[in-house]
Design a protein around this ligand. Structure first.
Ligand code: G3H
Length: 496
């Protein structure tokens, strides 16, 4: 059970502690932040409201621990990560329980998130050993005007302290996708979990603690964004920020210092459907892509752009599947569960009301109880409706009818987002041309957008982000190149 057994030391009564220098502590603030269960809308957990002084201390400790960790053999770093991965998977049940209670993730998906995270950590350990063990060797006489008098040896060295800020929708998986690459590369970690999802993340951190990582290498502070958010992201002790979330990422990018940034922000992933598409396949992918975890995924299908000639058929097939979605509590593993907060539900409702007023066709009746919103397909959406452009992060999906592939591409590219997109057609040549024309980080052909498998490159353009993720790219992003140049007194070939 969450907060008990091996996890007992991370709580104190009804409050969860924060993690500093290998120990679980209560904040000197004496204050806590409540985590509201999206389903019951009652306080589920409380976490520490850490202070700026505590952030300063964490940074100091993380910096010192990193110096020693950088000197720890790569194979030993990998060994500890493998251990943490095994412990994480062993404790999937209590962590999944937190995900269900804090973010209303359906029960089975919650378990999947933890298992996927363990696999990600193991893969990162292996990939790190492979790629960080390699450097480059250059000779000078390949550049005009040079003799062979210089040998350049380059290797990859850590950046220092990595600040990891995951979002509410994957508080475990998108935390380890930052932690594991940072650690294998020799960096230390300061983790600031989202408030909603913090307790799941604290349990995950404890799995790393149980694996025996050195004290101070991994730290986790919780608290109010208004109190410690900017303080963390603008802290001079931070050498890299890896953030996943919404618009806040744009503000962080503007305020952060001269440090590498990895930002995964929003998306308005378009699904372009041509006349020759397999409509059963499309409908299945729209359901999976648009409605899984109630649409609260950055890679969710967020607008369907379907050729007018097949639109009626497609809408009918999707509607038949929407009717079968189970709506209710995450504990019962329902497909559609409460969205994360009341403000999120209100925002979604605002988009729905705007579309209604402007004449969209509602394929189902709009229904909401508290934070629970029933799945809704909106047909005949037009570009003057907010939902054509904005990201609902909820179970409501607009359909725009198009008369040419170019129209679909144009809509996709007019968005300020550029995360992923997808195209459905049996004509691979057309699919490739459309993929090339879509201004997004990834285009999926004949499948819904998705980040995984977790070693694939994952990136957004425009307001969707900076840098590329995926295990290999994240490791490479969390290192810098260090060169040593050996200078010879005369060209090496002078020796005969
Ligand atoms: O919400 C953002 C995630 O990166 C999406 O991940 O495609 O595995 O759901 P996913």
């Amino acid at each position: 059970m969450a907060g008990s057994g091996v996890f007992a030391e991370i709580t104190d009564g009804d409050e969860f502690k924060y993690y500093i220098e290998g120990e679980w502590k209560k904040s000197a603030s004496g204050k806590s932040v409540s985590i509201i269960n999206p389903t019951t809308r009652k306080t589920q957990y409380k976490v520490q409201a850490c202070t700026q002084e505590e952030v300063n201390k964490v940074m100091e400790i993380a910096k010192a621990a990193q110096k020693l960790w950088a000197k720890t053999p790569l194979w030993k770093r990998a060994e500890l990560l493998h251990k943490a991965a095994a412990i994480l998977k062993e404790h999937k049940a209590p962590i999944a329980e937190c995900l269900v209670k804090e973010i209303a993730k359906p029960a089975k998906d919650a378990v999947t998130e933890v298992v996927r995270s363990g696999d990600l950590v193991s893969y990162t350990a292996e990939e790190g050993v492979r790629i960080l063990g390699q450097g480059t060797y250059l000779v000078s006489d390949s550049f005009p005007g040079n003799e062979r008098t210089k040998y350049c040896l380059s290797s990859k060295i850590p950046l220092g302290v990595v600040l990891a800020i995951p979002p509410f929708n994957y508080p475990v998986n998108l935390a380890v996708s930052k932690l594991a690459p940072a650690l294998i590369a020799g960096n230390s970690i300061v983790l600031k979990p989202p408030t909603q999802g913090a307790v799941s993340a604290l349990h995950m951190v404890h799995c790393f603690h149980l694996a025996g990582f050195p004290k101070g290498l991994i730290n986790c502070v919780t608290g109010k964004g208004s109190e410690i958010g900017d303080f963390l992201t603008m802290h001079p002790g931070v050498n890299c920020i890896s953030f996943t979330g919404g618009d806040t990422g744009i503000a962080i990018s503007k305020k952060a210092g001269m440090i590498p940034l990895q930002m995964e922000l929003g998306g308005k992933d378009a699904c372009i459907v041509l006349e020759d598409a397999d409509l059963d396949l499309v409908a299945a992918n729209i359901i999976k892509g648009g409605f899984s975890y109630s649409g609260q995924r950055c890679t969710a299908v967020k607008v369907v752009l379907v050729m007018e000639s097949v639109a009626d058929d497609l809408v009918a097939k999707v509607n038949a599947k929407v009717a079968k979605l189970k709506v209710g509590p995450p504990e019962d593993d329902c497909d559609i569960t409460a969205v994360v907060s009341e403000s999120s539900a209100n925002f979604i409702e605002g988009l729905v009301v705007d579309a209604k007023q402007k004449g969209a066709t509602f394929c189902q009746e709009y229904k909401r109880e508290g934070n629970l919103i029933w799945p809704l397909l909106l047909d005949h959406v037009r570009p003057d409706m907010r939902i054509a452009w904005e990201e609902p992060f909820g179970p409501v999906l607009p359909v725009i009818r198009i008369t040419s592939a170019e129209e679909g591409i144009h809509h996709c590219n007019a968005s300020n987002f550029g995360l992923q997109g997808c195209v459905f057609t049996k004509d691979i040549n057309k699919a490739m041309l459309i993929s090339d024309a879509m201004e997004t980080g990834t285009v999926q052909i004949n499948s819904a957008p998705a980040r995984g498998p977790d070693h694939f490159p994952f990136q957004g353009i425009k307001d969707s982000g900076i840098g590329s993720q995926g295990i290999t790219n994240s490791i490479n992003m969390m290192v810098k190149v260090k060169s040593t140049v050996i200078n010879l007194p005369c060209p090496s070939y002078a020796m005969g």
